[in-house]
Ligand binder design. Structure first.
Ligand SMILES: [Fe+2]
Ligand SMILES: [Fe+2]
Length: 137
């Protein structure tokens, strides 16, 4: 099912974030760069493909996807602050906030959004989504 890819992306992003917190947290270090790239790509795929497909399938603007897009904006702000933090302690605090927000956001998608998609998306839409995701991930 297409949503397995999104759930796997959540697991990968949190694991990369935990690596970044554990290590030196140099902004150009591999774990930090991997986490930032992972999360940005994940949110891009959701906003460009997953959310519109669900909104179109249901024929309405989903309040849920509007909320999730707003959370993406908050996450992007924290990613920027983590990149710009000039000392490890400050970066560690931002990463702690990021961990809390990202994990609550991921849980909400898995608990509320993905089940809606599994119930309502026609199989052609799921096939299209899988095709797109195979190129992105
Ligand atoms: Fe998301
Ligand atoms: Fe997600």
């Amino acid at each position: 099912m297409a949503f397995d890819g999104f759930t796997a992306g959540h697991v990968r992003a949190l694991a990369a974030l935990d690596d970044a917190r554990e290590q030196s947290m140099q902004v150009d270090g591999r774990p930090m760069a991997q986490f930032i790239g992972e999360l940005r790509n994940h949110m891009f795929c959701e906003e460009q493909f997953l959310f519109p497909i669900l909104e179109n399938a249901l024929g309405i603007g989903l309040r849920l996807t509007r909320d999730l897009r707003a959370e993406h904006r908050l996450l992007r702000g924290l990613l920027l602050r983590a990149e710009q933090a000039d000392e490890p302690e400050r970066r560690a605090r931002v990463l702690t906030d990021l961990r809390a927000l990202a994990s609550a956001h991921f849980e909400r998608e898995e608990r509320e959004l993905f089940p809606i998609g599994e119930r309502t998306l026609p199989s052609a839409a799921v096939t299209e989504l899988e095709r797109v995701l195979a190129r992105m991930w």
